[in-house]
Each structure stands twice: as structure tokens, then as C-alpha cells.
Design a protein around this ligand. Structure first.
Ligand code: SF4
Length: 111
């Protein structure tokens, strides 16, 4: 479940980086976004930035410009935390379903 507090921030991949590195412009934003790509709390971070209309910086792998564009495209979303949590749960269910179907096949072929 996506936390309503910021306790996820302590697990962020950027926790030991220079905080200013997330508030850059131009090509430097791609370096900042790269840090987010492997972050274990990317969903929480992005949801927080979208729900709070955070204006500046790279959060959850998106620049402020990308977030503004997303918010304009989806003006009716009231809770990005809820939406992203649902999407993540559906993704995890789908992966579990695929694994449940393929593991017996793999085991038969390996055995
Ligand atoms: S998604 Fe990016 S900005 Fe957010 S906590 Fe992770 S590394 Fe930091």
C-alpha cells in the first residue's frame, strides 16, 4: 500500500545524493531521472508529487514539465496514490498469474 506519510522517502535511491541534483534543468534532468529508475519507492514518490502538485524538481522519475503535462491530460484524477497503487497491484497479480502458469511448464522441461 502506498503510504500517506513520507516514510517512504528514507528508502529512496536519492537519500544519500546531493538534494540539489534533483532540482536541475536540461540534460542534467536525465541523470536525475536515471537515479529514480531503480528506486524502490518510485511509485510512492511520484504519487506524492502528483497529489501535492509539487512544482519543482524530478520526483518519481518525472520532471516538473512531465508531471504538469500528465496532470493536464488527466485532470479528473483525485488520488494518484490510489490510482498508482491499483495499477501496481494489478501488475503484481498479472505477474503472479503468469508465473503460476509458466513455472509448471518450466519445471517439466527442466525435469
Ligand atoms: S523516485 Fe527518485 S526522487 Fe523519488 S525517492 Fe526515488 S530516487 Fe528520490
Amino acid at each position: 500500500m502506498i503510504s500517506k506519510t513520507h516514510d517512504w522517502a528514507a528508502r529512496g535511491a536519492c537519500r544519500t545524493s546531493d538534494p540539489d541534483a534533483l532540482f536541475v534543468q536540461g540534460a542534467a534532468q536525465n541523470r536525475a531521472k536515471a537515479v529514480c529508475m531503480g528506486c524502490p519507492v518510485r511509485t510512492e514518490c511520484l504519487a506524492d508529487a502528483l497529489d501535492n502538485r509539487t512544482e519543482f524538481g524530478v520526483w518519481g522519475g518525472m520532471t516538473e514539465r512531465e508531471r504538469r503535462a500528465l496532470l493536464r491530460r488527466r485532470p479528473n484524477i483525485r488520488s494518484w496514490a490510489g490510482l498508482l497503487e491499483t495499477a501496481r497491484a494489478e501488475h503484481e497479480r498479472m505477474i503472479s498469474s503468469v508465473m503460476a502458469r509458466t513455472e509448471p511448464v518450466i519445471a517439466r522441461r527442466a525435469g
